[in-house]
Unconditional design. Structure first.
Length: 261
């Protein structure tokens, strides 16, 4: 979690749409005195201050000023961004560096596009739009570290899973990351969520897959890779079992519904 002051509108220095991954599949940079906000329409690996996060369409990231950043793209990649200085007043909100905006992503997209269309970047209108985006992002976090009722290991495990859905994950690996034994994490997870770690992981992956099939133009193999199931046969079987239909049927059903409106 990072501390983000939100008691007053930020100073927005730059806002726009960035296209990357056309000349190089890696960007490395650092903004010494500006925070970075990114809203993604693609999948990539984002490394902030030495920690790597798996990013997917609909994800949002916040990078504090001075943090070194590395993007590893998978091809042409477009995102919306804002560079800003928060005013250091009031109590901060605590937000993850990377999180899935889920159903809030279209709202964030609309607000950021409104900010891009407003001019100039330093205007009160742009600051108001980005301030609203930042509050929406802060609201995505279920609780602050001090207020999260879950065991710290369960909270850390779910956060790690959410940030790494596209990566190979195991219970032992997650337990090692959060600093407890395999058996202890299994017991804690079952007691607090009523689910096993594997069931939770499968549920989150398939929820994400449904979202990508319905709301993105990613190919089905790309969707499968984005949720950590690159084997298409295994992805099809999991979709049938968890979502009740094949990936193509899920996508076609939504296309038919939209066309019929």
């Amino acid at each position: 979690m990072i501390a983000l002051p939100l008691a007053a509108p930020p100073e927005v220095v730059n806002v726009g749409s960035g296209i990357h991954g056309t000349r190089s599949l890696r960007d490395v940079f650092q903004l010494p005195d500006l925070w970075q906000l990114h809203l993604y329409t693609y999948s990539c690996d984002l490394t902030v201050a030495g920690t790597t996060y798996a990013v997917a369409p609909g994800y949002v990231s916040l990078t504090p000023a001075g943090a070194p950043v590395q993007f590893d793209y998978r091809g042409r990649s477009e995102h919306l961004y804002a560079h800003f200085r928060p005013l250091d007043v009031g109590s901060p909100s605590y937000v993850p560096v990377v999180q899935d905006a889920g159903e809030t992503a279209p709202v964030l997209t609309g607000l950021m596009r409104s900010a891009i269309e407003a001019s100039p970047s330093g205007s009160a209108r742009v600051a108001a739009e980005i301030w609203t985006v930042l509050w929406r992002i802060a609201d995505l976090a279920a609780a602050t570290p001090a207020g999260d009722p879950r065991h710290p290991a369960v909270a850390a495990a779910t956060a790690y899973i959410e940030a790494n859905l596209s990566q190979p994950l195991s219970v032992a690996g997650v337990a090692r990351v959060v600093g407890v034994s395999h058996n202890h994490l299994t017991r804690l997870f079952q007691a607090e969520t009523g689910s096993t770690v594997i069931s939770y992981l499968r549920h989150r992956r398939m929820n994400r897959a449904r979202h990508l099939l319905v709301a993105s133009t990613l190919s089905i193999p790309a969707v499968a890779a984005s949720v950590g199931i690159p084997d298409l046969q295994a992805f099809n079987k999991t979709c049938h079992r968890e979502l009740g239909a094949s990936p193509r049927a899920i996508r076609n059903e939504m296309t038919t519904v939209v066309a019929g409106r």
